[in-house]
Design a protein around this ligand. Structure first.
Ligand code: M6R
Length: 609
């Protein structure tokens, strides 16, 4: 969940690394640091807090180095502090390491290094062992030393290593944590993610697990775990570097909320051929495969899991196949009932979430067919899946996921429609009606976005609340969970979501005078039931904000405040109803003065268990 950047070449390494780290700050932001080879030795600077602290602290040094590594951290071992920030250096100060991941056997390695080599540790991190380990393995060749050290390590890691005794060489290693290499002219780069490199290069190597890369300014060599040289195809990045910029918006989150019509349209049109045929280009799953599945498992974390909640609802309804959903961290440890008749759908924006990746591997081991819904092309989840249904959301930078969620939903609809049609359980008129409605969604979202002022005013009324309940039924349940997560993760308001019918089984005990209840009632078929639930909470004094379709004006009479979404089929409302909830979370967090794009304790890409 940290970000690493490394550079070797002719240019100023410090500027390149700091700039790259800023692009990776979404991955972790409790401390940052840099190691540069300056005047015959390694200069290390590292500070608690945001990258701006590091930048300010080294502003006057005027470094000239052309090789170095940098890191932005999300603490796992050891609290955020100057001392625990990376890079970590070997005791003899010749080797510096940046690390994203966890060294699982660090306690035993640490004891061995202390006992056998008299190493003195200075930080509370697991990473420090790596620097010392490389030092004790060093016998005149850095590449040999890194190979030997990595052999002794267990866990997940992407590493960047530099050594003052070999100042023309940068070494990187990948095991279960993302790593890319940027290929320039007289300049080569490493990073945890592509946006860090886009200013400089578009030719990339996607590094595979258990690979080691040796970079000099003119050469990049890849090795597998057996130390055989491996060849890799160059991946050419086509996205616009501006996609990773705020473009005048106050925050990435707001920009990404506004990008949803575009992302959804792209996700839909990439899969829609002539005559409303859904094309599965690049997907190897056949009609026979689809007919052979007797169960679907959707597994994911956080917002992606909430997309799975809607996916279950829609796939069961349209494709008539039982769907189980699970959070990835639970799935992988509970010996789930999965076999070769299971379609396993992994959902992940980053494609690097470790729990999701581990669940995917577990499902594969048990024989399931793996289809993933992923935003980042070439990510680990994408590469390890049998088939990938890409979301075309573009880079999502804000920690709070918005456009990834709605594009994931669009994929769910397309998968459900395709399966329903292929299995012959969805009549063609129904299939066509759904697709026609889906095509209208981008414009309907634009209509909602135009009502931003209404949501801003709502936020002004609500931002001082410290507790909120989200309730809904049917397709609104998953959206309630998502709305609640969005609000809590960026505004720190204690927010809780529950199926409205479940309230009376316990949670209603918490409703009292003025408790805020956000009621999603966008399902025509369940509207009357929702009105009863609203009555129940109002009878206990709740202040209700209702979300309903335009034609259900009764909501205006029942709720204290109301927001109407455009008319559409019940099953498709999640694509619309989540938009005002995202905006509400955003404006509430803004009024509370929160750091919206980088909420406390979180990171964008969760590559630890
Ligand atoms: O990259 P992924 O989609 O696998 O990430 C999963 C969750 O960590 C992510 O959705 C998280 O819940 C977001 N912060 C929610 O906004």
């Amino acid at each position: 969940m940290c970000g690493i950047v490394g550079y070797v070449g002719d240019q100023n390494a410090c500027d390149i690394i700091i700039d790259g780290l800023k692009k990776l700050e979404y991955r972790g932001y409790d401390s940052s640091g840099i190691a540069l080879y300056e005047k015959g030795e390694l200069e290390i600077h590292k500070y608690k807090g945001r990258i701006s602290n590091l930048e300010d602290a080294i502003a006057d040094y005027n470094f000239k180095s052309t090789i170095g590594i940098g890191h932005t951290r999300w603490a796992t071992h050891g609290e955020p502090s100057d001392l625990n920030a990376h890079p970590h250096v070997s005791m003899d100060k010749t080797i510096a390491v940046v690390h994203n991941g966890i060294v699982e056997n660090f306690v035993e390695l640490k004891e061995w290094l202390i006992k056998e080599h008299g190493i003195v540790f200075t930080s509370g991190t697991d990473t420090e062992v790596i620097a010392h380990l490389i030092q004790v393995c060093y016998k005149g060749d850095l590449t040999d030393a890194v190979f030997e050290a990595v052999d002794k390590m267990r866990g997940a890691y992407a590493l960047g290593v530099v050594c003052s005794k070999e100042p023309d060489k940068l070494i990187a290693v990948r095991k279960d944590s993302p790593l890319v290499v940027g290929l320039g002219k007289g300049s080569n780069f490493i990073a945890s993610d592509i946006p860090a490199l886009l200013k400089h290069v578009r030719e990339i190597y996607l590094i595979e697990n258990n690979e080691t890369v040796v970079l000099t300014k003119n050469k990049v060599t890849l090795y597998n775990a057996e130390r055989q040289e491996v060849k890799r195809e160059v991946f050419h990045v086509t996205w616009d570097a501006d996609a990773a910029e705020k473009e005048g918006y106050d925050h990435f989150m707001l920009k990404e909320i506004h990008e949803q019509p575009k992302g959804i349209l792209k996700t839909l049109t990439r899969r829609l051929g002539e005559n409303n045929e859904i094309n599965l280009d690049g997907i190897t799953m056949t009609k026979d495969d689809i007919e052979s599945f007797n169960k679907v498992y959707i597994v994911a974390c956080g917002t992606a899991y909430h997309a799975g909640m809607v996916g279950k609802f829609i796939i069961e309804k349209l494709a008539k196949i039982p769907v189980e959903i699970d959070v990835a961290s639970e799935f992988r440890y509970r010996d789930p009932f999965v076999d070769d008749k299971t379609l396993f759908i992994a959902v992940s924006q980053s494609g690097e979430t470790l729990d999701t990746l581990a669940a995917l591997r577990e499902a594969k081991r048990k024989g399931a067919r793996v289809l993933s819904i992923v935003n980042v092309v070439g990510s680990s989840v994408a590469r390890e899946s049998d088939d990938v249904f890409y979301t075309w959301a573009g880079p999502e930078i804000a920690v709070a996921s918005t456009k990834a969620y709605t594009t994931q939903l669009m994929c769910m609809y397309l998968i459900a429609l395709y399966m329903g049609k292929t299995k012959g359980c969805l009549p063609i008129e129904e299939y066509t009606r759904y697709l026609e409605e889906l095509k209208e969604i981008p414009d309907k979202i634009k209509t909602i976005l135009k009502q931003e002022k209404v949501i801003q005013n709502m936020a002004k009324e609500l931002y001082k609340r410290e507790q909120v309940f989200f309730i809904g039924r049917g397709a609104d349940v998953g959206v309630s969970y998502e709305g609640s997560l969005k609000l809590k993760e960026i505004s720190y308001i204690n927010s809780f979501a529950i199926a409205a019918g479940e309230l009376k089984h316990g949670t209603i005990a918490l409703i009292e005078q003025d408790t805020l209840v956000i009621a999603l009632a966008t399902q025509d078929a369940l509207f009357a039931k929702m009105l009863s639930n609203i009555q129940e909470v109002k009878a206990r004094g709740a202040y209700v904000v209702g979300f309903a379709k335009e034609n259900n004006k009764e909501m205006g009479r029942q709720a204290n405040q109301v927001f109407y979404i455009p008319e559409c089929m019940d099953e498709i409302t999640p694509l619309l109803s989540v938009i005002p909830l995202q905006m509400l979370a955003y404006y509430i967090a803004k009024l509370r003065g929160c750091d919206i794009d980088k909420p406390k304790n979180l990171a964008k890409s969760v590559t630890v268990e």
